[in-house]
Design a protein around this ligand. Structure first.
Ligand code: ATP
Length: 367
């Protein structure tokens, strides 16, 4: 029987549990044996009780839970080759040579690195006597399927990542709640949302809450000029009768000289120049909290089934795969390609001459 290891890694995202449940149950139905690996790559390095065979009933109730019930971690050892060698040994000792990893681009890169090194680890473990010749033979090839769990929606090759819809829903609910008090007091609110490199959450939130101004990493405003433009836009909208002002800023927003644009700085400008009663709200981990929306439950479930199918289809020559959603269809693509595309976009964004990958203008949000 083929054994499948399942782990969640990196930042938690709503819908990861739906994915774990789906992989466990679908793989049982397809005649495979699923194993839960607790606490991401740390569990792989630690082995022992962190690896547990999963029965159908072990994942009951998972569908509606946010976060990840099998735990996640940022594991420094796994970034080193020696850590990955120990991880390989854990898998081989448990007879697991297929792995579904649910995480962001770092986690998926880690899985792909492990796969690339796999033959080397097998040889080294065999030579040192840590595994037997039979274990080496039976686990000669490692199959990887990645699922993108990330609230940031920051991986190329999928229209939406698992968790992004729930986080956006949470942001909209929170901003709606702020608007009530903002309107009562004629206040301005500056809301910081997650997104160090990717402004998808901030951009979508600005559209969905009718924000007056937006700062995202992909569209850095001109250094020394944005302050005036911000004030002008907010003043115009008050002149037209609006009683409140709302500015959304992604945590990784910068100006064209790569100076951070922080919520407190925006507050200072609005308070000093426009004399607005301005408050800052940093939504923080609330964005990851609560139960997943139907979209993330659905994505986790159908993509989980596809991940198992991708493992079943894989031959020793199939590269690591990543499951996505493009134009409403579930897709399976080479993982490395998706990561390279993501990196090349991210590198462009982090340069001074970047002109705006999405061709957006923050000021166009002024209502
Ligand atoms: P998030 O979107 O929340 O940042 P992520 O998966 O990108 O999620 P990371 O912290 O980058 O989060 O990665 C999670 C773990 O994956 C790391 O702690 C490390 O164990 C492993 N990992 C990341 N990058 C690599 C790499 N290049 N090589 C090996 N392992 C890696």
């Amino acid at each position: 029987t083929k054994r499948i290891g399942i782990l969640t890694s990196g930042g938690d995202a709503q819908g990861m549990n739906a994915a774990v449940r789906s992989i466990v149950r679908y793989s049982i139905q397809r005649g495979l044996e699923p194993f839960l690996i607790y606490d991401g790559y740390s569990g792989l390095v630690q082995g022992g009780s962190k690896i547990v065979q999963a029965k159908w009933s072990d994942v009951s109730g998972f569908l509606t839970h946010g976060g990840t019930l099998i735990g996640t971690a940022r594991c420094l050892e796994f970034r080193e080759k020696e850590g990955r060698r120990i991880g390989a040994k854990t898998l081989i000792k448990n007879g697991i040579s297929s792995l579904v990893v649910i995480g962001g681009d770092g986690s998926l890169t880690g899985a792909d690195v492990l796969r690339a090194e796999w033959p080397e680890h097998i040889d080294a473990l065999l030579e040192s006597g840590e595994i037997t010749a039979q274990e080496a033979r039976e686990n000669r090839h490692l199959m990887i399927a990645g699922m993108v769990g990330s609230i940031d929606n920051d991986l190329a090759s999928t229209d939406v990542t698992i968790g992004a819809n729930s986080a956006l829903t949470r942001i909209c609910e929170s901003v709606d709640a702020l608007q009530t008090t903002a309107a009562s007091h004629h206040r301005a609110f500056v809301v910081e949302v997650m997104g160090r490199h990717c402004g998808w959450l901030a951009l979508s939130a600005a559209i969905c809450t009718g924000a007056d101004y937006l700062f995202i990493p992909e569209d850095p405003p001109k250094s020394g000029e944005w302050e005036d433009k911000l004030c002008e836009a907010l003043k115009n909208s008050r002149d037209r009768g609006k009683k409140t002002s709302l500015v959304i800023v992604a945590e990784g927003a910068t100006d064209s000289e790569l100076n951070s644009i922080k919520a407190d700085r925006i507050k200072e400008i609005l308070s000093e120049r426009l004399k607005y009663d301005t408050r800052v709200t940093i939504l923080g981990h609330v964005q990851r909290g609560g139960s997943p929306t139907f979209i993330d439950r659905y994505l986790g479930t159908v993509q989980g089934a596809e991940a198992v199918e991708a493992i079943i289809r894989a031959t020793p020559h199939t590269p690591s795969q990543v499951i996505g959603l493009l134009e409403n269809r579930i897709t399976t693509q080479p993982l490395q390609q998706a990561i390279e595309l993501t990196r090349s976009v991210a590198e462009r964004i982090n340069t001074k001459d970047f002109k705006g990958a999405l061709n957006l203008r923050s000021s166009s949000f002024a209502s």
